[in-house]
Unconditional design. Structure first.
Length: 414
């Protein structure tokens, strides 16, 4: 018996919080871990720099190059994260056999078979993302392009990706969330703001018309406020993405780095849950801008997870991580970010939410404030440690020793 856990359990019980229920709920939550932190979003095509208004900074040694290294890094990260999760794959991580190459509009399920093998080996599901950047045909607009040839190319890419998403769902047995994001936009003031948006909507309509199993494939559209080199105008703005998703019955995706700095995603979630059965999230840490720092157990992350829990929406919100820091050990970055999301979820599950809601409804804001502050110092760490131990991961910082060993033996030799 773990004495610290037993004592913490009793303290939480005084607040009406059942720690066993919280631990068991958290054990069932699968977070979609993005594959692109391990190699700075470069993918396996090796044909150029990262584009699309996103950027990694830093040159920490040991970046994964090629599928074997990437799989090894993901495997190492997964072994240090409690629970079983999903992997979020991007289309530019297609794996070609010797000499073979397929352009983005000719990708097939077979190019992702190794991802399926990897997922099956770990009992995981896979999510997917078409890649509308880092490609010669993505120098300007993609799905919103006025050039029909370019626009159609990217529509075909979207359709290929829908098929791959369905393949992932069929093979793994878990539904596949497929997220549409493009960096389409303009550096300087556009003369036509509506045209590109009408074309983007048309392109998405053409992709979704390919026909797919709605119980297995969940298409999402991710909005954004601006990107590097795309400062004046973004085609897939917040209003566009929400209106498109709701009007077509697909899923709006919220990346918390994609809003003006004082806008908060934790207030958007409960608003949208009034209208949309499903929502999706990219959990990131924007510092001053969409900087995609590694997720930490901070106020923003806590409040977002608090809303998912309080709205009883754990089965309605698809959780995924999305960040890329090239200045630190990338495997550690994956572990820290995933564990931070789990901590935030646990913190939310350990809050006396029903009582706090009742206090709000009764207008007792004094007691509500008192409670909110008191729970901050409850022995959260003891419950987290118990959760980690029960879910096959180290509870304290000793997991980092494995990172150091891995760095010495594997990463530093690349
Ligand atoms: C970019 C978006 C998008 C990407 C990934 C790689 O700002 O957040 O989700 O990070 O597609
Ligand atoms: Zn994102």
């Amino acid at each position: 018996m773990n004495q610290r856990y037993e004592s913490a359990k009793q303290i939480y019980a005084k607040y009406g919080v059942d720690t066993e229920a919280a631990i068991s709920k958290l054990s069932d939550i699968r977070i979609s871990m993005h594959c692109w932190q391990a190699d700075d979003v470069l993918g396996f095509e090796n044909n150029g720099p990262l584009t699309g208004g996103i950027q990694t900074t830093g040159n920490y040694p040991g970046r994964a190059t090629g599928p074997d290294q990437l799989f090894a890094d993901l495997e190492k990260a997964l072994s240090l994260i409690p629970g079983t999760h999903k992997i979020n794959v991007h289309a530019n991580y297609a794996i070609f056999e010797d000499g073979e190459f397929a352009d983005r509009d000719a990708l097939e399920p077979k190019h992702f078979q190794k991802w399926v093998d990897f997922a099956k080996k770990h009992g995981m599901g896979l999510d997917f993302n078409p890649t509308y950047f880092s490609h010669p045909k993505a120098n300007g607009l993609t799905l919103s392009s006025p050039d029909e040839e370019i626009r159609k190319f990217w529509v075909r890419h979207g359709i290929c990706c829908m098929k791959i998403a369905e393949y992932f769902a069929n093979e793994t047995g878990y539904p596949c969330v497929i997220n549409f994001w493009t960096g389409d936009g303009f550096k300087d003031i556009p003369a036509d703001r509506m045209g590109p948006r009408m074309r983007y909507a048309q392109s998405l309509d053409e992709i979704l018309a390919c026909g797919y199993d709605k119980t297995k494939v969940y298409p999402c559209v991710e909005s954004k406020v601006f990107g590097i080199g795309v400062e004046s105008y973004t085609v897939g703005s917040g209003e566009f993405a929400l209106s498109y998703a709701l009007s077509r019955g697909i899923v709006p995706l919220f990346d918390n780095g994609h809003y003006h700095p004082t806008e908060v995603v934790y207030d958007k979630l409960p608003a949208m849950l009034c209208f949309s059965e499903k929502l999706a999230m990219h959990i990131t840490r924007p510092i001053r801008w969409d900087s995609d720092h590694v997720v930490n157990f901070d106020d923003d992350t806590r409040e977002m997870m608090m809303e998912v829990v309080r709205c009883d929406a754990l089965d309605r919100v698809f959780l995924a991580t999305d960040y890329f820091d090239a200045s630190i050990n990338r495997v550690a970055a994956l572990v820290i970010g995933m564990r931070s999301v789990q901590k935030a979820l646990l913190y939310a599950l350990l809050s006396p939410n029903a009582e706090m809601k009742a206090l709000q409804d009764a207008g007792n804001t004094t007691k509500l404030m008192m409670l909110r502050e008191e729970v901050k110092t409850l022995p959260f760490g003891d419950i987290w440690a118990e959760f980690c131990e029960r879910n096959g991961a180290c509870a304290c910082s000793c997991w980092f020793k494995e990172i150091e060993e891995y760095e010495a033996e594997v990463l530093s030799k690349r």
